[in-house]
Each structure stands twice: as C-alpha cells, then as structure tokens.
Design a protein around this ligand. Structure first.
Ligand code: ATP
Length: 511
C-alpha cells in the first residue's frame, strides 16, 4: 500500500468510527473545516490534557490562561499580522482554483525527490545485497540529472522566498511547466499577496471597528502578560500556557486536518531575562522533544528542522517534524521571539510593560521563548501512526489503532459473553466498579469476536468479558488490544491492572 492510499483509508476510518467528520456534510461540506465526533473529541481532550498537565503541573513556573478569540484590532498591528501575515497565491484561469505559489513549487520539488527514490529502489532491486546506495546516487545518470534539476529549482525558490519576489515565483511555475491539478493547464494569473486573517465587523459601522478572528493564541498571552505577572507574583523566568482556537484563511485545503481554517493551538510563552534566551531555547527544545518521544511512537519518527531563514522577530527557530504518511512535516514550532511582541504592545498601547528584576536591579522588557503545537496536527500524528492492518495467524486481518493507552478515547470495553443468564447484570456491576475512573463502553450486540474487532478499530486498550465462570468465581477475561492475549483476572483487581497502563499520571511520570 502506498502512503497515499494509507492516508485515504485513514480518512475513511476516521469517519466510519466517529473520529472526524467533514463539517456541514449534509450541504456537501466546507473546505478545510472538520468536526470531531464522539471518539475524536475524547482523543482530542486527552491530547490537550497531556500537554496542559505536562506544562502547568510539571513546571512550577508555568501557569495557564484562557483568553478570547476577539482582541483589540491594534493587537494585530503590533504583532505584525496586519502587515505581514501573507501567503503568495496564484489562480488558474481555467479551473478558477486558487493555490499557494510556494506550495505548488514545493510539491514539484517533492515529485523530483520521489523520482530519485524510485531510481534508487530500482537499483536496489537489480543489484540486491551488493547495492551501494551512496555510490549509486553519485554515478547513476538519471539520478544525477534529476538531482541537478532539483538543486537549480530549489535555489531559485529559496531566492524568491528570501526576496519575497512574487514575479520570480510565477516564473519558476511557468519554467517548470507546473499545471493545475484540476484543469491540467498552465493558464496562470499573476502571483499576489493574500492576508490569512479572517475579519468581521463589530457592532458599529465604523471602519476601525474591524475585528479579526485570532490567527494564533499567543497574542492573548502577551496582552495578559502584565496581569498574570502581577496577580500571580510571577518571577522571571516564568511561562504562560494557553489552549484555544485559531483561524487562518488557508488557501491550500488539502491533507485533511493537517491544515484547516479553524484549528486549535497549544502555546506557551516563556519570559526570560534578555541574554539568557538561547539557553532557554535549547532547554525547551529538549523538553518538548521529550514530551513527544514519551508517548512511545518511536523516536525515529521525530526530527528537528532548524530554520535558516528567521522571521524578523526571531533570533532562533526550529520545528519538530513528525513522520506523517505524506513525509516529515512540521508538528510544532519553537521560537526565540526576543522582545518583539511585548515591545510592540508597549509601543502601541502606551502602557509600560517592564519587569523589575530584583536580582540585577534592572527593569527591562522580557525576552520570550515560544513553544507552539497544533492540537489537530498532533491528533493526526497519533492517528496516522496508530492505524495498522494486521495479518493474523488464522488468516484473518484486523484493523487496530494502537493509540498510546492514556490517550485512547475508550479505555475499557465491558462485554457480557451472551445477552442472558444474568451476564448483562453481572457486567453492569463491572461497569459500576470502573466508570468513575475510566472512559468505558458497554456492548452486548453481535459475537464476541466482532465486538473485539470494533474495540480494536477505535483503539480501546482493554476488553473485559463477563461469562458464566464469572458468576461462579468472580473472575473475568481481560483482553489486551496490542497482544490480543487473554488472561483471567479477579474483578476487584481490574482497576489496578487497567489503571497501570491507561492512567495519565503514569504517562506524566515518564517525563
Ligand atoms: P505551516 O508552515 O505548516 O503553515 P506555520 O509555521 O504557519 O505552519 P505556526 O504559525 O508556527 O505554523 O503555528 C504553530 C503550530 O500550529 C504549527 O506547528 C501547527 O501544528 C499548527 N498550525 C498552524 N497552522 C495550522 C492550520 N492551518 N491547521 C492546523 N494546524 C495548524
């Protein structure tokens, strides 16, 4: 199965099992907007809890807030979003479809990489054990030709990006013969800048009363910095964390929940003494990578991508990339933002935003290190890594989501073997024992095998089967999702056995 096919299956699986639905589907959906279903909301809440508790409980100098989507319009002037939060866009005149010029070029470059990989795979097949990949890449004429073309386009693309040269983007698209995937033509418009913020009108008709839906949650933290520092008597270094919705008028409506118009962010701004920011930048890089790897989805699936080109406000930046089905892509951003945000808010608001440092006797605008991760991208990382089609020894296949147990939407399913002989009543007693601690499902429909498969498909770590022996000796069958092993355990031992694997506190202890 190709990664592309796997991705399509994953999207269908998400819908079939109540994880994610296209928004307003009865009206044929709304591009790049998705709703979370009954399973999805549980997984999403667990991801948020893992982040929130790791941030605000395990770091005694990080506190949380919950600020509003709407903010004073000047916020977005100070943050630079009004002037510079743009994407270069291009329209195809035949299909009337709009694209990001940079993404069209990046996709073209990815295709060249795929061609090179195909040549390498062919070589490996031909030469078998004797295959030397490095040598092959240095000598094979097809690979060399593709590589030279890649380097040339890549260099032009980087130059266009650095100079923000819209005409240069267009020329690359024309020279490479990039066509619209819908119309198949090269009938392109000019490239224009497109601001990604959604705006709406306040309660007056005054033009200054234009409100924006926040494109990031971070500005709510900066604007509340003084309140939190003073009322919380916070001493630098300290952090403010927030989880909330953000909105961007994304032009590229692809890749499912990877890039949406309405999404959620988990952001933390850590305020430090100027001059110490690099030390904290490194510390937070390490802290955040540990948080990811601690989930057990394979350290090899994450990597740092340090930015060479820095945003005007940053003096260091890196992404944590995850190995999604469509390649390594940004999951989280970590930026050293200097005093750009607080400094600009101080200027525009006219309010003094300074910290008196009792240790140095100086007052200054704090520097800031930011960690910013999308809840939805994290959701996609977990789901795409967890989805497996397994071939069983008896020749059957099973679909299982091996979601890290503390994040699983349902922790335990309670299943009476048959719907009679007092087994449902006994199973209800098990439900009453477990329901205060664990998200559970009770299911008595269909054969036990079918019920196990249903729970595998939503990633439930444990199934508890109540049978006739249960009535006699108070034991049940406990089935493990990953090994499919079944063991006989006493009902009263269930909370401890299940809790050891699924409790969030145990996951947090690993940090
Ligand atoms: P990209 O380059 O992929 O557009 P970005 O660099 O603009 O992302 P940031 O502004 O750094 O993203 O936002 C921080 C995080 O928010 C990202 O790492 C990502 O996880 C998430 N995020 C950003 N835009 C979206 C979106 N449109 N849909 C879902 N998640 C998003």
């Amino acid at each position: 199965m190709t990664q592309d096919e796997l991705f399509k299956i994953l999207v269908a699986h998400c819908k079939e099992y109540g994880f994610i639905f296209p928004s307003s589907e009865i009206y044929d959906g709304l591009a790049a907007v998705y709703d979370y279903g009954q399973m999805g909301v549980e997984l999403k809440n667990n991801i948020k809890r893992y982040w929130w508790e790791a941030m605000t409980r395990l770091n005694e100098n990080v506190v949380g807030i919950d600020s509003c989507v709407f903010m004073h319009p000047k916020t977005w002037v100070a943050s630079g979003h009004v002037a510079a939060f743009n994407d270069p866009l291009i329209d195809n005149k035949d299909s009337k479809k709009r694209y990001r010029a940079d993404v069209l070029i990046e996709d073209y470059l990815s295709k060249i990489e795929e061609k090179i990989q195909k040549e390498v795979d062919k070589g490996r097949k031909r030469f078998g054990d004797a295959f030397d990949e490095a040598k092959f890449k240095e000598t094979n004429p097809n690979v060399l030709r593709e590589k030279a073309h890649y380097d040339e386009v890549h260099a032009r693309y980087k130059a266009a990006e650095d100079a923000n040269d819209l005409e240069a983007y267009r020329q690359i698209i024309l020279d490479c013969g990039i066509v619209c995937p819908i119309s198949g033509t090269k009938n392109w418009t000019e490239v224009r800048q497109f601001n990604l913020m959604f705006s709406t009108q306040g309660s007056t008709t005054n033009a200054d009363d234009k409100l924006y839906l926040r494109p990031e949650t971070a500005q709510g933290i900066f604007v509340e910095y003084l309140n939190v520092q003073k009322t919380g008597r916070m001493k630098i270094p300290f952090g403010i964390a927030q989880i909330g919705k953000a909105f961007r008028n994304e032009i590229v409506a692809r890749q499912f929940i990877f890039r949406m118009k309405e999404f959620e962010q988990m952001e933390m701004e850590f305020f430090v003494r100027p001059g110490t920011e690099m030390e904290w930048f490194r510390a937070w890089k390490e802290n955040r990578m540990k948080w990811h790897v601690n989930l057990g989805m394979g350290a090899e699936n994450y990597r740092f991508h340090d930015h060479e080109k820095l945003a005007h406000y940053a003096n260091a930046a890196t992404d944590i990339e995850f190995h999604f089905p469509f390649g390594f892509k940004e999951l989280e951003g970590i930026h050293s933002r200097t005093d750009f945000d607080l400094g600009n808010h101080q200027k525009l608001s006219g309010k003094k935003i300074q910290y008196y440092d009792p240790e140095t006797g100086e007052s200054y605008v704090p520097y800031c290190v930011e960690t910013s991760i999308g809840v939805d991208r994290m959701f996609l990382a977990v789901l795409s890594h967890s989805y497996k089609q397994e071939q069983l020894e008896n020749g059957e296949t099973r679909v299982v989501l091996s979601i890290p147990a503390p994040l699983a939407p349902v922790k335990v399913a309670i299943l009476p073997l048959v719907k009679k002989d007092g087994l449902p009543e006994k199973a209800q007693e098990v439900v009453d024992l477990l329901k205060y601690d664990f998200a559970y499902q009770y299911d008595e429909k269909d054969s036990i095998g079918k019920r196990y498969r249903r729970q595998d498909a939503v990633g439930t770590p444990f199934c508890v089967t109540v049978d006739h022996d249960t009535l006699a000796d108070g034991t049940v069958t406990l089935r493990d999702r990953d090994t499919m092993e079944q063991t006989r355990v006493k009902i009263e031992d269930l909370p401890a056995i299940i809790g050891a694997k699924v409790n969030m506190s145990n996951l947090l202890r690993g940090l």
